[in-house]
Design a protein around this ligand. Sequence first.
Ligand code: NAD
Length: 266
Amino acid sequence: MNHQLLQGKKGIIFGALDEQSIAWKVAEQCAAEGAQIVLTNAPVAMRFGKIQELGEKINAPVIPADATKTEDLENLINQATEHFGSSLDFVLHSIGMSLNMRKKRDYTDLNYEWMHKTLDISAISFHRLMQSLWKLDAMNEWGSIVALSYIAAQRVFPDYNEMAEAKALLESFARSFGYHFGKRNKVRVNTVSQSPTITTAGSGVKGFDDFYNYAAKMSPLGNASAEDCARFCAVLFSDYTRMVSMQNLYHDGGFSSMGVSPEVLQ
Ligand SMILES: NC(=O)c1ccc[n+]([C@@H]2O[C@H](COP(=O)([O-])OP(=O)(O)OC[C@H]3O[C@@H](n4cnc5c(N)ncnc54)[C@H](O)[C@@H]3O)[C@@H](O)[C@H]2O)c1
């Protein structure tokens, strides 16, 4: 499915690790819609992931950047704008990692050094990215910036651990920076709150299969897939959503409005 929605648009996509990654699907969809893309991921992901394969497939340069390092982000933005010969129309932040979750620490027994790192990687990196784009004046007017979130920012999912706070912070950065970017550049900033999705980051959550199945039963449309998310992101990067800003947009098959469903009571 493609409608050349992004013809002539140029953007950076963070977070494509392998073909399951949501960012991978977004990159493929945006390329099919006519966009030119620069791909990026943490230097370590270059070694373990398959991002180069995607780069070749969609003819996108791959520029490593650790999203917790300002100098990496500035270098990436400068190289990308040089490559395009212009500023950017869209940016996708698709980055998440919890050290306490990875090391199986309970929410009531968290290591705070790890928590700092989690917040730095999963949320502050979004502010850092936007601040770098802002200072380098790298966004075109009517550009669009999107980060991926999860409903644990609003409701309690005990196994989501400290990532709940990381997502709450991420969503707040979208609102606060969305104000400044809107005023100065007519750039919009939103978060997309996605259904549970089978990816490396997703499957790292304890009991993932159970709450993936639970969410599918609760949602009248079922869980939104990574491909569905990619199509939604493409629309958010297109000129059809110019006045949508500072929102957390649920992309979850209806899950967020449900109280209970007959399927979960069976
Ligand atoms: N999978 C789900 O169930 C789900 C649901 C809702 C939201 N999300 C969010 O979607 C986003 C993408 O996750 P995914 O599910 O596609 O998993 P993924 O594991 O494929 O993607 C996570 C990415 O973050 C990157 N990353 C980690 N540390 C980094 C750093 N320091 N600098 C730059 N990049 C770094 C990883 O290399 C990886 O590419 C995340 O924000 C995640 O929280 C996922």
